[in-house]
Design a protein around this ligand. Structure first.
Ligand code: ADP
Ligand code: MG
Length: 230
């Protein structure tokens, strides 16, 4: 089992997300526009099919970029608040359920942390971070169980997300969070960048352990908010 503490320090880019999104979405839209324009020209039926295929692929890419960045996260100024951990987790799980069932993956969720535990952060960004990790877990499996455990350890909340997927090499683990790092044909390589940036901004830690062919476990550690400091 490879165990690695991945430092989120390498990235300080939360504030640059908005700029990147428009760039990342504009490119595929420009390509799509070009191919649709060419469709109206006098070209063979085979060529038309080719152009249409490319246009659709590029549109899907734009959608993926938006999903990885913006399923929840709105582009708004920092808006930190006290978040009830159980409520946040439940919302994320509800929104990922359709993807899990579409891929035939069973989601198992257990929350051992008291209802009263709070963390501090931006709800939408935090949910996006969890969503991106769970989504990768689902995408790494052809079948099986993805489990999510939440419990409290000393002054932190620990969230463990375990999949039974293809796993990662040490080199892949080391590159997690790097913009555009992807091993997928149609990946964006942006999901983990968002997750690492957001968790870092919450003073959290991300630990990854993975075994190729067996699965991956992401552990997030987040400081519990104390009432006194409010
Ligand atoms: P994308 O999902 O678009 O490829 P991400 O930033 O979400 O981009 O993930 C980057 C890469 O990290 C993935 O392409 C994959 O190689 C690897 N990865 C992340 N999570 C997992 C996982 N649970 N199992 C296997 N590989 C993973
Ligand atoms: Mg992803």
């Amino acid at each position: 089992v490879l165990e690695k503490l991945v430092k989120a320090e390498k990235l300080q880019i939360v504030s640059h997300l908005a700029a990147s999104i428009s760039h990342e979405v504009r490119n595929p839209l420009t390509v799509t526009r070009g191919y649709i324009q060419m469709l109206s020209e006098d070209v063979s039926p085979q060529t038309k099919v080719k152009y249409a295929t490319i246009a659709l692929q590029e549109l899907d890419r734009a959608t993926d970029v938006i999903n990885d960045y913006l399923t929840f996260a709105s582009i708004c100024p920092e808006n930190r608040e006290r978040l009830r951990i159980s409520a946040e987790i439940k919302e994320v799980v509800n929104s990922i359920k359709p993807l899990a069932s579409k891929n035939g993956i069973e989601l198992k969720v257990s929350i051992f942390a008291d209802e009263a535990y709070y963390i501090v952060g931006e709800s939408k960004k935090f949910q996006q971070s969890l969503f991106n990790i769970i989504k990768n877990g689902i995408e790494s499996m052809s079948e099986g169980v993805l489990s999510l455990h939440v419990f409290h350890v000393a002054a932190t909340i620990q969230i463990k997300i375990q999949d039974q997927g293809i796993g990662m090499s040490q080199e892949q683990i080391d590159r997690l969070g790097e913009p555009y790092f992807t091993t997928k044909n149609t990946g964006t390589g942006l999901g983990m960048m968002v997750t690492y940036s957001v968790i870092k901004s919450m003073d959290g830690m991300i630990y990854v352990s993975s075994e190729q062919g067996k699965g991956t476990c992401f552990s997030l550690n987040l400081p519990i908010h104390s009432y006194e400091s409010n």
